[in-house]
Design a protein around this ligand. Structure first.
Ligand code: ZN
Length: 261
């Protein structure tokens, strides 16, 4: 074990800053027409998870809009080529190929190709995780708050914003106070709060709520980051966890010997 690993082992978990990421799913045109003006006005960035096979079709972003978003500093990531989820198709090869094709498109066009936002939840299936690992360094994969003391790169959680909010009608969204509580948890426990946005179906009133929510996040001094930046800020937690589990028996043995001597 080298010194770098040793210092990671001893790294206190609370060195993480609270961070927030907004991910808009599916690559609908509203990412440009509705989200872009809101985020530009606040001088913040967001992430768009695209299915490349849907670009340039009715209701979806064009390739030039996608470039425009990227050129403004927003991040484009993988949402599979045809919106295929393993939990739906139950065919490893089909899902694998769909992620690969999207990754190829993203890489060829200079977008982020190694971050996956799964359509639908994939659960804890080892099979599913092994495919994600093949194509991506991390995956957004289920719903809820991320924990303060753990980072599982292929099970990053998100909270719905604007639509699909539990307890509310699927297209209604929630009041500002509901979202603020989620931010408060992130601030208090220094977590990575990731929002799942479907800008195309959220009611227009939620656009205003979104702007107010960004104001609130900024007022607490919480940084709004891209998916790549968020991952970079949490990656060491995953490593220190695996190192701990790897070295725990050896450390125990070493300490045992020490006290017997
Ligand atoms: Zn989707």
């Amino acid at each position: 074990m080298d010194e770098t690993n040793l210092s990671r082992l001893g790294q206190p978990r609370d060195t993480c800053e609270p961070i927030v990421t907004f991910i808009d799913d599916d690559g609908k045109a509203e990412a440009c027409t509705r989200l872009l003006p809101i985020f530009e006005a606040k001088n913040e960035r967001f992430v768009v998870a695209v299915c490349p096979n849907r670009l340039n079709t009715t209701g979806y972003l064009t390739q030039s809009q996608l470039r425009e978003l990227r050129d403004h500093g927003h991040e484009i990531v993988n949402h599979t080529f045809n919106h295929v989820g393993y939990s739906k198709v139950r065919d490893k090869a089909v899902w694998d190929e769909d992620i690969r094709r999207a990754k190829e498109f993203l890489r060829e066009n200079g977008y982020t190709h190694d971050i996956l936002v799964n359509p639908y939840e994939q659960g804890k299936s080892k099979k599913a995780i092994s495919i994600m690992q093949k194509h991506a360094k991390c995956a957004f994969n289920s719903m809820g708050q991320n924990k303060p003391d753990a980072f599982l790169p292929y099970r990053i959680r998100r909270i719905a914003f604007g639509s699909w909010v539990p307890g509310y009608h699927k297209y209604a969204g929630a009041p500002l106070e509901y979202y603020k509580k989620k931010v408060d948890y992130c601030f208090k426990h220094r977590t990575w709060l990731v929002w799942m946005v479907h800008s195309a179906v959220q009611p227009t009133e939620q656009d205003l709520v979104l702007a107010q929510l960004i104001d609130y996040i900024q007022s607490l001094g919480i940084e709004i980051v891209t998916a790549s930046e968020g991952f970079a800020g949490r990656e060491h937690l995953a490593r220190s966890q695996s190192l701990l589990s790897m070295y725990r028996p050896k450390i125990k043995k070493y300490l045992g010997n020490l006290f017997r001597a």
